[in-house]
Design a protein around this ligand. Structure first.
Ligand SMILES: *Cc1c(COP(=O)(O)O)cnc(C)c1O
Length: 227
């Protein structure tokens, strides 16, 4: 696994440098859903510092065994409001906030925990009905409301394009997310930075970095095929 991780880090760095970006602005989120604790430990020992999980219950069980490790946990799956309580306790960043209802619940739970919860707004940029995420048309209104929730800090946007074998087909969705971010920046007052763009997975992270990704979510290339 150490070889795979070194290889991914090298590809991230080379891609960033190749498009004139500072490699330190691109962070690897190792997606460890369904991966057992001993293999997550291996990844930590190989130098991974940020992990992404999709399921709250699975994450709770894992974290109880990994509590002593200095790593950061990100939630990247679909989050139901009734799990917000646990998500706030467990995760440094929640990538998948897509409704005001969920944002309000997270805010309430963050207040109870005396925490400022970092979040990203998930955008359904491909407009597939099967995908979660806010519509690009409504996002300005959503962000305007969410940014006023005192215990949430909106750090940026996240998206998940449809699956393609050819990463070039995903590229327009990545540039679309970046353009949307730039437009929101211009249209919010006071301006909201939205520095983070969470986009790109095993098959397409290089295109995502070229289009501005700051968080790439990579599972298979690190842990192998999930069962
Ligand atoms: C599983 C998952 C990933 C990782 O996908 P790989 O193709 O295994 O790299 C990234 N993002 C989300 C939201 C996921 O659910």
């Amino acid at each position: 696994m150490i070889k795979r991780i070194q290889n991914i880090k090298k590809r991230i760095e080379e891609t960033a440098v190749g498009c004139g970006r500072d490699p330190s602005t691109v962070r690897l989120v190792a997606v460890s859903k369904t991966i057992p604790v001993n293999r997550v430990k291996e990844a930590i020992e190989a130098g991974v510092t940020v992990f992404g999980e999709n399921y709250v219950q699975e994450a709770r069980e894992k974290f109880s065994q990994l509590a002593t490790y200095p790593v950061s946990w990100h939630f990247i799956g679909h989050l139901q409001s009734n799990k917000a309580k646990y998500a706030v306790r467990l995760f440094d960043m929640i990538h998948s906030v897509d409704t005001l209802k969920l944002a309000r619940e997270l805010n309430k739970q963050a207040q109870k925990n005396a925490k400022i919860q970092n979040i990203l707004i998930q955008i359904n940029i491909s407009k597939e009905s099967s995908k979660s995420g806010a519509d690009a048309e409504n996002v300005l209104d959503l962000i305007d409301k969410v940014r006023h929730l005192e215990n949430l800090s909106v750090k940026g946007l996240m998206t998940m394009p449809p699956f393609f074998n050819d990463p070039e087909k995903a590229r327009p969705y990545f540039s679309g997310l970046r353009n949307l971010r730039d437009r929101i920046r211009q249209e919010t007052s006071p301006e909201i930075a939205l520095d983070e763009l969470s986009m790109g997975m095993t098959g397409d992270f290089e295109a995502a970095i070229q289009e501005g990704a700051t968080l790439v979510r990579i599972g298979t290339a690190i842990f192998g095929e999930r069962i």
